[in-house]
Structures are given as structure tokens and as C-alpha cells.
Design a binder for this molecule. Structure first.
Ligand code: NAP
Length: 484
């Protein structure tokens, strides 16, 4: 089975910050892959814009180097020269007047016009204002921004209001790249495209849900930023929250932007405040060879968490009584992101209660990385003549082999940028969703600040502080092992 590639219409895409890390690592290699696949048309234009003094030729060299460095496999597709010929560059300073009028000739009337703000968030509002001031915005224009979308509810509202002064909500694309992942969309297909799961998708049949996003890296060179943010703001408020929404939302009436986002918003608004004993925060400790979190961020008195685990509840008819456990952290045992839906045990075991041989509760694992895929564990009879012994086996629902190599899933950024061009906002966050997520997050953070909560130390390469294990032990449950 080979997936169909439907080319998008020709477009003009201006990447502010086109020389930066995100552009070179993700956006440009992603666009190149779409070009190789035939989805990005020859008539497209990509215009890099930043303060760096260079010209279109210099920019093509920067992009060529980036593609070779960050995606050597795709660099081999044989269309690099054709792709590079679509690139242009203009030196523009967001804070000044220079370059703005020169940007205009790069933009064609009658084409989709997208502006990717791949710059620090302090420039988002300024760029929106400048674009409008220099008359570069038309009805076909759209802007793309990415986290951090505010630092709290007040700043998120401020950002929404600033962008809203120049762009309609239908023109603002807020990326959460987790939503661009193949498996995350597959989760919706599995839930809403089959009759099997939905009748069981509630507190009556689901015991609990675990959402884990574990990293092996520390804060790296982002120490200054990260220490002001922490795992709650950097990961839970956005990525984990979005995953929780897709798991918990009611079926939208249509797979259409506002229907989907309305349902996600209802989930966020139904999230209960989290009491202190349902929150565990941690900081990674030093090893013989590696610095501690506090050394990494150069703040000996930092109380910011590099790990957090939470027990959350959703107050609605579907989910009352089913806990959602979320955890994320740095320098953990393995790099993995997954959602585990643990069903309740069968109401009565006709095969006896022996733990070794009896039936096990079903578990649906939605794995985002590595090895994206969905697995359902089911109980079957162990093959052979040894009597009625039961085993739990994984049923692989990704059909990767059936789809074949040509159906290789596009990277999240590629898919989302193509959605921007197509004008499909379904997989992007709406402004009120972002604000609702902050409205839930803020009191949790204010709570631990008022209590002067000190994060617990945890070992590098562990599953986080022991208290995080206790969070589930107290409920007679267990976290899944963190493994790649
Ligand atoms: P970066 O490497 O520091 O790049 C910033 C870009 O902005 C550079 O191209 C820089 O080029 C340009 N720039 C800075 N000041 C400017 C100005 N006054 N006018 C015009 N251009 C200006 O940052 P990044 O890692 O790419 O991150 C960009 C944004 O994406 C940030 O908001 C970040 O939080 C977000 N993000 C990044 C990643 C990632 O993987 N890197 C992941 C998620 C989110 P010049 O110096 O030449 O002007």
C-alpha cells in the first residue's frame, strides 16, 4: 500500500529566523523532504529572513549545509539543486526599518502567503506589527508560531491580543509538533474510525491512563531559558496537555478545525485543580562525570523542576474516577514518549486467579517515539499442549510492514507546514485552548511557589524521584518501565 501524495498549491513562505537552529534543523529539511515527495510544487518560494548579512546565493549554501548535516538520507534524493533554486533571502531586522520594503518584491499576489516566526517569542508581536505596518499582509496570509506561547495566563492573553490586532484567529497557526506526529493522528483514527474502542473508552472500563515523555538529555545550552520555565511550563502545559486532550475528548461531530478544538477545550476546562500530594517535582543530581541540574543552569539555589509527575482528574461523566498520570523529565533512563491506556481486568476470570497463568488487563500503548506505533495487548492461550495457560501478547496495529517503506511517515513539522499551506488548522492550537491550559497550570505553579516546595533530587538514568513511584503505589498501581 503506497500513500498518496497530493501536491499543495504554489506558495510564498517567509521564514523569519531562517538562519536559526529550528529552521536549519527541522523546517528546511522538512520542506526539502516534501519537495522530494512531490508534495511541494516547483512554483513555491521560500524566503529566509534574518539579520545575518547574506544574499540568496549565501542562503542556499546555508540551507544546503543544513540539509546535509541534519538529514543526510534525504540529501540523496537528487533534487537538491531544484529545491535550492526556490530559495531567496532578505536581510531583515525585526526591531528596525531595514529590509521590510525589500521583502515585498519576494511576495506574489494571488499566492498563499505564510510567515513562519522561527525567532524568540519576544519578537512575535513585533513581527506581526511590522508585517501589517509595511502592508505585507493580505487575506491569504497566515502566521506560524511555536512554544513558548506565553509564560502564564496573563502573558498568553497579551500575546493573543497582540497577534489578534493584526491577524484573524483563522490566520494564526500555533504549532505543537506533537500533534503532527503520525501516531497521534492515528490515535484519533483508532478512536473515532472504529466501533471497537469507543464503547469502552470511559471510566467504567479504563482503569487509568499514563502519559510519559522522557528525555535522556539535560538542559543543554538552554539552561537560562529552562530555569525560568521548568518541566511544567516547558512540557506539561503544551505537549502533554495536548496528548491528554486527544485521549480524553468527546468525538467531534466532524474532523474539522473548530469541532476538534472545541472538544479539546472542554477537556482542559474540565481538568480539576491538582492538590499538592498529587504533584512530584524533581531535579537531576550530579554524577561523577556529569553536572547536576543546578550546575547546568548555573543557579545554585534553583527550585525549578527538571522532572514532574502529576495525578490529574477530569470532572465529567466520561472520566470521573479515572486518574490520568502524567510525567516528564530530563536525564531519565531512556528517551521515550508514550501514552498507555490501561483497561480494567475482566470482571470474572473463568481461568482462575493465578497471576502467572491467568488473564491480564488489556493495555493500549500509543508510542510517539522512538518507533512510532500503536500496540494493543491481548490475552490469548499459550500455544502448545500444556493445558489452558494464558499469555499476554502485543497486537501491533501500526501495519508498518503492510504500508511498506514508501509510506514512511513524514516528520511532524513537514506535515504541519503543509497543513498551513492548505489552510487546515485542525492540528493547531486555538488561542482559547492555550489560555485555558495556562489557567489550569498557573495555580499549580503558584501553589508550589507559595509552599516553597523544593524539588526532590533524582539520579541521572533513573525513572525520576522515588516519590513519583509512590504517587502510583499509593493507588495500587505502577508506572510502566521507561525504555526505548
Ligand atoms: P535561534 O537558533 O537562536 O535562531 C533565532 C533566529 O532568529 C536566527 O535566525 C536569528 O538570526 C533570528 N533573529 C534574531 N533576532 C532577530 C531580529 N531582531 N530580526 C530578525 N531576525 C532575528 O533559535 P531557534 O532555536 O531556531 O528557535 C526559534 C524559535 O523556535 C524560538 O521561539 C524557540 O523557542 C522555538 N523552538 C525552537 C526549537 C528548536 O528545536 N530549536 C524547538 C521548539 C521551539 P540573526 O541572528 O541572523 O538575526
Amino acid at each position: 500500500m503506497v500513500s498518496r501524495v497530493i501536491p499543495v498549491d504554489p506558495f510564498d513562505l517567509v521564514i523569519f529566523g531562517g538562519t536559526g537552529d529550528l529552521a536549519r534543523r527541522k523546517i528546511l529539511p522538512g520542506l526539502y523532504r516534501r519537495f522530494c515527495s512531490g508534495q511541494m510544487p516547483e512554483g513555491a518560494r521560500i524566503i529566509g529572513a534574518a539579520r545575518t548579512e547574506t544574499d540568496s546565493e549565501g542562503y542556499r549554501k546555508i540551507v544546503s549545509d543544513a540539509i546535509h548535516e541534519f538529514d543526510p538520507k534525504s540529501a540523496q534524493c537528487g533534487k537538491l539543486d531544484a529545491f535550492l533554486s526556490l530559495l531567496e533571502y532578505e536581510t531583515v531586522d525585526a526591531m528596525g526599518e531595514a529590509g521590510w520594503n525589500e521583502l515585498r518584491p519576494h511576495l506574489r499576489d494571488g499566492h498563499v502567503r505564510a510567515f513562519y516566526f522561527s525567532v524568540g517569542p519576544s519578537l512575535f508581536g513585533i513581527l506581526a506589527e511590522r508585517l501589517s505596518h509595511f502592508g505585507l499582509v493580505d487575506d491569504e496570509s497566515r502566521i506560524v508560531i511555536e512554544k513558548p506561547l506565553g509564560h502564564d495566563l496573563a502573558t498568553a492573553k497579551e500575546l493573543n491580543a497582540t497577534l489578534g490586532a493584526y491577524f484573524d484567529e483563522s490566520q494564526i497557526y500555533r504549532i505543537d509538533h506533537y500533534l503532527g506526529k503520525e501516531t497521534v493522528q492515528n490515535l484519533m483514527a483508532v478512536r473515532f474510525g472504529n466501533i471497537l474502542f469507543e464503547p469502552l473508552w470511559n471510566a467504567q472500563h479504563i482503569d487509568h491512563i499514563q502519559i510519559t515523555v522522557a528525555e535522556t538529555v539535560g538542559v543543554g545550552g538552554r539552561g537560562g531559558y529552562y530555569d525560568k520555565s521548568g518541566a511544567m511550563r516547558d512540557m506539561v502545559q503544551n505537549h502533554l496537555m495536548q496528548l491528554l486532550c486527544l485521549i480524553a475528548m468527546e468525538p467531534p461531530s466532524q474532523f474539522e478545525p473548530n469541532s476538534v478544538r472545541d472538544e479539546k477545550l472542554k477537556v482542559i476546562r474540565a481538568l480539576q485543580p491538582v492538590p499538592p500530594h498529587h504533584i512530584v517535582r524533581g531535579q537531576y543530581d550530579a554524577t561523577d562525570s556529569e553536572p547536576s541540574y543546578r550546575e547546568d543552569v548555573e543557579n545554585a539555589r534553583s527550585f525549578t523542576e527538571s522532572f514532574i509527575a502529576l495525578r490529574c482528574e477530569i470532572a465529567n461523566w466520561r472520566w470521573a474516577g479515572t486518574p490520568f498520570y502524567m510525567r516528564t523529565g530530563k536525564k531519565l533512563k531512556a528517551r521515550t514518549s508514550e501514552i498507555a491506556v490501561r483497561f480494567k481486568p475482566a470482571p470474572h476470570s473463568i481461568f482462575g486467579e493465578d497471576k502467572e497463568t491467568g488473564s491480564q488487563p488489556n493495555e493500549l500503548i500509543i508510542r510517539l517515539q522512538p518507533n512510532e506505533g500503536i500496540t494493543l495487548s491481548v490475552t490469548i492461550k499459550e500455544p502448545g499442549p500444556g493445558g489452558m495457560r494464558l499469555v499476554n501478547v502485543p497486537l501491533d496495529m501500526t501495519f508498518a510492514e503492510a504500508l511498506g517503506e514508501e509510506a514512511e511517515a513524514p516528520d511532524a513539522y513537514e506535515r504541519l507546514i503543509m497543513d498551513v499551506i492548505r489552510g487546515n488548522q485542525t492540528l493547531f492550537m486555538r488561542g482559547d485552548e492555550v489560555e485555558a491550559a495556562w489557567a489550569w497550570t498557573d495555580p499549580i505553579i503558584e501553589g508550589w511557589q507559595a509552599r516553597h516546595d523544593v524539588p526532590k533530587l533524582y539520579d541521572v538514568g533513573s525513572a525520576g524521584p522515588d516519590d513519583a513511584l509512590m504517587l502510583l503505589h499509593r493507588d495500587n498501581r505502577k508506572w510502566r518501565d521507561i525504555k526505548a
